[in-house]
Design a protein around this ligand. Structure first.
Ligand SMILES: Cc1cc2nc3c(=O)[nH]c(=O)nc-3n(C[C@H](O)[C@H](O)[C@H](O)COP(=O)(O)OP(=O)(O)OC[C@H]3O[C@@H](n4cnc5c(N)ncnc54)[C@H](O)[C@@H]3O)c2cc1C
Length: 542
């Protein structure tokens, strides 16, 4: 899928550097607010590499709102696919399986989808292409960004010559080796090398070896303890991705990882000497766990891999990045539309840095869990293998983390209650400020969710006897000129973690996170709500 359009100087509200999953998501959310953007990507099309292979429930909820959930899901693996099958080789004996996470249909209208990143990018690109306010310019390599008090200027090179984009703000979503980040002099903090891996993408017919097994991954632990551990990811269309942990020599000099060695390693992984393999791509990468020193430099905001790099043992890189874009875009839109002061934009880093650090640390923990599983498998002690296979569920079963992440500070008003510790495995719904407002079906046919209430406005969600809030919402909307809607819950359900009470209310942000809560009716509803809106948006509303 290639971008179009070519003219020398372009004016837009937001320039987005990088048309990967994060940049395209940012453009789609801005479009919902009527904010135009220009997306610049150095490649001529979206990725052909499978890269990430999982969209967690929160990402799928966003895709549901953007109208691409069904298309993405139809191209993914079935829910019953095994997350990991542990084998000596793909053809050889099977040593165990990690069971899939049971879908929690009460928690979300859009469960996890095991789908590769090339598919996700194609669907995001198609959706963005259909939006008149999004100017997709692929084949544009960004070189420099300048900024002053009034605007940012992005300079790019294209086949048609240099192009300049003038914008109010820039989203730098140009990936782990972000040139924008380097250009701004922003360093990375955290361990740069936790291991060195080869990432080999190839094509071949191994359907006979798979024997009908549908797996997200095969963890290959050869009996020979000197042979490397590896992983195989079926990627659709007869394409496979093989990861091999490199020894010290190859890690020091990746040129030693030649095409012949790659083919030999893949054949060892498959357990067959005669597989016909066509190499499609090779890369050597260092597993790291790092965050950018800052996510903001004036008018430029880092998002996705440009802001954080995690070990892939968590499946959170793309998911966290897409959710960064969702957090940042409504704030940019509110500031550009005059609904909020610039201070709202500082809450992006406050909120997303904490989430990114937690996801990075958790992914590092999962990497050591895999090391233990491999040691267990090599010991051939069945109790030890069974223990580590069960423990792997703490990595794979992660809907508590995917849906339960919350913001302790930022565009959130503390209501004095104490947060429960986050349980990565089990989602505990709550209407406490900072968390995503819980999902409840609103109709018997299960098409309308409470999540559908949150899009481009702040929303007051009241309990079943909260009609007094409706008038307050109208008055505050008139007074502040901030888009504000009122919704009444049909019923309260402790199962859904709604603690606001029948006459209480919460204020929910456009990204679906609760900003403020009261469980009683204050003496002056208008003044209280007005203060909550002002505090959420970062001070005096313009
Ligand atoms: C093998 C592998 C497995 C992974 N598994 C998972 C997983 O299971 N789950 C998960 O969530 N994540 C996973 N990830 C991570 C995931 O791929 C990344 O987190 C994700 O791609 C980040 O998206 P992004 O948009 O921030 O950056 P990218 O996808 O890197 O996109 C950046 C874009 O910027 C463009 N660009 C770069 N520099 C410039 C420039 N100067 N000018 C113009 N354009 C530029 C690039 O062409 C690219 O299109 C995996 C990654 C790999 C490699």
């Amino acid at each position: 899928v290639a971008g179009t359009n070519d003219s020398r100087t372009v004016h837009t509200r937001v320039a987005i550097v990088g048309g990967g999953p994060v940049g395209l998501s940012a453009a789609l959310v801005l479009h919902r607010f009527g904010i135009d953007s220009v997306v610049l990507d150095r490649d001529t099309g979206t990725t052909r590499h499978p890269k990430a292979r999982g969209c967690n429930p929160r990402t799928m909820e966003l895709f549901r709102q953007w109208g691409i959930e069904a298309a993405v899901r139809s191209r993914g693996l079935p829910e019953s696919a095994e997350p990991a099958i542990v084998v000596e080789s793909v053809a050889g004996p099977e040593l165990g399986r990690v069971v899939p996470e049971p879908p929690d249909r009460a928690a979300t209208p859009a469960w996890t989808c095991h789908v590769t990143q090339d598919v996700v990018e194609e669907e995001l690109f198609a959706a963005a292409s259909a939006c008149p306010g999004i100017d997709l310019r692929f084949g544009h390599q960004v070189g420099a960004i300048e900024q002053d008090a009034h605007r940012a200027v992005v300079r790019a090179e294209s086949a048609g010559g240099p192009v300049t984009v003038e914008a109010d703000f820039v989203v730098a979503a140009d990936g782990a080796s972000s040139e924008t980040r380097r250009h701004l002099g922003i360093g990375m903090v955290g361990p740069a090398t936790l291991g060195t891996w080869a990432n080999d993408f190839w094509q071949g017919d191994i359907s006979g070896l798979l024997r009908g097994r549908q797996a997200v991954s095969f963890v290959v632990v050869p009996q020979d303890e000197h042979a490397p551990t590896s992983m195989l990811f079926p990627s659709g269309g007869g394409r496979y991705l093989s990861w091999t942990q490199l020894g010290p020599d190859e890690a020091a000099d990746p040129a030693l990882w030649t095409a012949d060695r790659v083919r030999a390693a893949i054949r060892r992984q498959l357990g067959t000497g005669d597989a016909d393999i066509t190499l499609l791509g090779q890369a050597v990468w260092r597993m790291s766990s790092q965050l950018a020193e800052t996510f903001r430099a004036g008018r430029v905001f880092l998002a996705g891999d440009a802001a954080h790099r995690f070990p892939p043992t968590g499946g959170l890189g793309m998911n966290t990045g897409i959710q960064d874009a969702h957090n940042l875009a409504w704030k940019l839109a509110f500031v550009l539309l005059g609904h909020a002061p610039d201070a709202l934009l500082d809450t992006y880093e406050v909120e997303r840095r904490a989430v990114a650090q937690d996801n990075a640390d958790w992914s590092v923990g999962n990497a050591s869990r895999i090391t233990e599983l491999v040691a267990g498998v090599r010991s051939r002690d069945l109790d030890r293998i069974a223990f580590w296979l069960r423990d792997m569920e703490n990595h794979i079963h992660q809907s508590g983390r995917a849906l339960g992440f919350r913001y302790a500070a930022g565009a959130v008003v503390d209501d004095g209650t104490t947060a429960q510790p986050l349980n990565s495995r089990v989602y505990e719904p709550s209407d406490r400020p900072g968390g995503r407002f819980p999902h409840l079906w609103l109709d018997l046919s299960r098409t309308q969710s409470t999540l559908d209430w949150f899009d481009t406005a702040l929303t007051v969600v009241g309990g079943p006897d909260s009609s007094g809030w409706e008038g307050a919402v109208e008055k505050v909307a008139l007074e502040t000129k901030v888009p504000l809607a009122y919704r009444r819950l049909p019923h309260l359900s402790a199962d859904h973690g709604i603690a606001m009470g029948p006459r209480g209310a919460v204020l929910v942000r456009p990204d679906g996170h609760v900003a403020w809560r009261t469980s009683w009716v204050p003496p002056d509803q208008v003044a209280t709500l007005s203060a909550a809106v002002t505090a959420t948006l970062g001070g005096a509303v313009r």
